[in-house]
Design a protein around this ligand. Structure first.
Ligand code: B12
Ligand code: SF4
Length: 600
């Protein structure tokens, strides 16, 4: 394998000299960088381009990517690596290259027939991305979107553009289909689905033969674990797939539409070792719910985690020589209620290699923490029944607020401080739903529980069961309560960083200044008092007395023991005795969970 060179001196006309590569793979720079951890890419997806200087100041070297000796990319998002791997089943590896956008001219030449772009979020129209840029004034141009557009413009203006086809894939491809920006971006075809599919290979063959290709194609997802390929080169952030699909059937969810598969451990470990071999020090297993791994299509329902299998997998990953850091991706919260010992043991294994430090929250000796992304979505049981009926199984969705509070208690006690997403502006959302969610958020505060609460505006994602539904589309449409929820979440998120008088003061003055300068016009009058609440300029009690905000009411919820009591005998038999709290009573007919289980 080629060795690393930081500043490759590949001449600009190299492509013309050797004819270029037959197939050139790339991704927007902001999605390919393996710098500073997950946070920087998430910020680039959410901040508008005019705030780029903040990130430039904090991470002055974020653009310094690493190359192999031949000028190809040292690392690429896992999606690009799999396209590469899929194509290598048919094409000579010498005909394929994965490169950073700035190196495209070195590889596109007269021989090139396909430029394939993998993208996660090219136009910034997905949830938790568009919303933040629109608060600051532009709903269209997050930093990531700016760089994606730059990449497409660069390909469009390449002198060999007429000889080749531009094929786009990845989890953000649908954004180009929905906005119909094919011509503007210079895209010939968007592929929806995985590169392993033979339909994808047929498409590439057609493009290479100069045949017409469709504007959009849906390709089949592999249905068995052995058909999923694994990268054997370095991926951005050391991302290695762990599962596909989920199984909880939330109505707005895209990944849940894929088959529920947990991938073989030996292949995961090979990909981990390949990353380390190529210089990666960090690994992250990509999943919708890490807790289903080892429990897919077994005799036990997938929502009772396979403790031994998970501890064995994660233990071997962090013990792999060269793995210095490990970060969690996504999970659900009910497993923390089902098996607190699993959480405790995972903390023991994973905390030493976690790069995340929360000095004010963590009880770990080095203040380390784990922070998976977990969907909270709503505190309203009425709304939860509509959009996330199976999210809390084995518990019924009636108990969703209790599951969230109990799960978060277990997680916090073990130094897990998750990022939890909430959806604002769901179709048919009422003030009562908002108040129920505020009740839950205030209850977290009252109980001293901590999660980074990330509210985002409902986005009807392509192909989901809510595709045709319409919620709030612009921040100006948000009601006072919806704004209050958004601002309360961010106020609570800032708690651990605000222990100095100057920090609080700077924040108050800054947010009020921003409001005076720009935000009041953009976001409308409903934004004003929630912002005052956020800045702390007027106390919450005072604002409540003035009738400007709603302070969440104290909640009576079920503890773990009471939650377990609600399970049917069929479910109870999967509980582990060593976790304690085993139900002693017969389940009441009214409490049975069959309805919830049927939902998944
Ligand atoms: C790891 C991850 C991240 C990481 C790292 C991303 C990276 N650059 O590597 C971080 C934390 C930074 C991140 C950030 C974000 N993410 Co993210 N992320 C994931 C996660 C968990 C895994 C992605 C992955 O690598 N999967 C494995 C690879 C192999 O799959 P893949 O990329 O889909 O590739 C396959 C196919 O798509 C296809 N394919 C891919 N590219 C191409 C190209 C061509 C030409 C073809 C033919 C096929 C093809 O073939 C591949 C398989 O063979 C997914 C969930 C999931 N399970 O996919 C969410 C997910 C993709 N992320 C999501 C979101 C919303 C975001 C953010 C916008 C969140 C935010 N507000 O901050 C940002 C955007 C970041 C950005 N740069 O724009 C959503 C996307 C929703 C959507 N469809 O729009 C997902 C699905 C999570 C979810 N449950 O909703 N993410
Ligand atoms: S828990 Fe719900 S939102 Fe999360 S991946 Fe599963 S189905 Fe999708």
């Amino acid at each position: 394998m080629s060795t690393e060179v930081k500043n490759p001196n590949v001449p600009q006309d190299a492509a013309a000299a050797d004819g270029g590569k037959l197939i050139v793979l790339t991704a927007p720079l902001t999605e390919a960088i393996d710098h500073a951890g997950y946070f920087i890419q998430m910020a680039m997806a959410s901040l508008p381009i005019w705030l780029e200087s903040i990130l430039n100041r904090k991470y002055p070297k974020w653009r310094d990517v690493e190359h192999n000796q031949d000028g190809s990319a040292k690392y690429m998002p896992a999606g690009v690596r799999l396209v590469e791997k899929s194509l290598m089943r048919v094409y000579d590896p010498d005909d394929i290259v994965s490169c950073f956008p700035q190196d495209l001219d070195k590889f596109i030449g007269p021989r090139t027939r396909v430029v394939a772009v993998s993208t996660h979020n090219p136009l910034g129209v997905t949830f938790a991305a568009g919303v933040y840029t629109s608060i600051f004034g532009s709903s269209k141009m997050p930093i990531n979107s700016h760089y994606s557009r730059e990449l497409f413009a660069q390909i469009k203006s390449n002198p060999y553009r007429n000889n080749l086809k531009v094929i786009v894939g990845g989890s953000g491809g649908w954004q180009i289909i929905q906005t119909d920006l094919y011509d503007e971006l210079g895209v010939d075809c968007v592929v929806e689905g995985r590169s392993e599919s033979t339909d994808t290979l047929d498409l590439f063959a057609k493009a290479i033969n100069g045949e017409e290709i469709p504007k959009q194609i849906d390709v089949k997802h592999p249905v068995d674990r052995d058909s999923i390929l694994f990268p054997d080169t370095r991926t951005t952030f050391g991302v290695v797939e762990m599962t596909t699909g989920c199984g909880r059937r939330c109505k707005f969810c895209v990944p849940d539409l894929n088959p529920q598969i947990d991938l073989p451990k030996d292949k995961i470990m090979d990909a981990v070792r390949a990353n380390v071999r190529e210089g990666n020090k960090q690994i992250s297993l990509a999943t919708e719910d890490m807790f289903i791994w080892g429990q897919v299509h077994t005799e036990t329902p997938f929502y009772f985690p396979n403790r031994e299998a998970l501890l064995d997998l994660y233990g071997d990953i962090v013990d792999t020589p060269g793995v210095e850091q490990h970060v969690l991706s996504h999970s659900t919260i009910a497993p923390a209620v089902v098996d607190p010992i699993l959480i405790k043991e995972l903390s023991r294994i994973l905390l030493p290699k976690s790069p995340i430090h929360f000095p004010y929250l963590s009880s770990h000796s080095e203040k380390k923490a784990l922070a998976p992304l977990i969907g909270l979505e709503t505190g309203s049981v009425r709304m939860a029944k509509k959009i996330i009926p199976g999210k809390g199984v084995p518990f019924t969705i009636e108990h969703w607020p209790s599951v969230v509070l109990e799960g978060l208690r277990v997680l916090n006690e073990n130094n897990w401080f998750p990022a939890m997403t909430l959806i604002v502006g769901n179709p048919d959302e009422t003030d009562e739903d908002m108040m129920a969610t505020l009740d839950l958020v205030y209850e977290m505060e009252r109980r001293g529980l901590f999660a980074f609460l990330i509210p985002s505006i409902f986005t009807p994602l392509h192909d989901t069961r809510m595709e045709m539904e319409k919620g709030v589309t612009q921040t100006r449409q948000l009601s006072p309560l919806q704004w209050q929820l958004m601002m309360k979440c961010w106020k609570m998120n800032l708690r651990p960083g605000q222990y100095s008088w100057w920090g609080t003061t700077a924040w108050r003055v800054g947010s009020l200044g921003m409001w005076l300068y720009k935000l009041r016009k953009l976001n409308g009058p409903n934004f004003t008092y929630p912002l005052f609440m956020f800045s702390g300029a007027i106390s919450e009690k005072r604002l409540e007395k003035m009738g400007k905000i709603y302070i969440g009411k104290p909640m009576q919820t079920k503890n773990r023991q009471e939650l377990l009591e609600t399970l049917t005998p069929k479910m109870r038999k999967f509980l582990r005795a060593d976790c304690g709290d085993l139900p002693q009573t017969e389940p009441a007919a009214a409490r049975i969970t069959e309805a919830a289980v049927a939902a998944v």
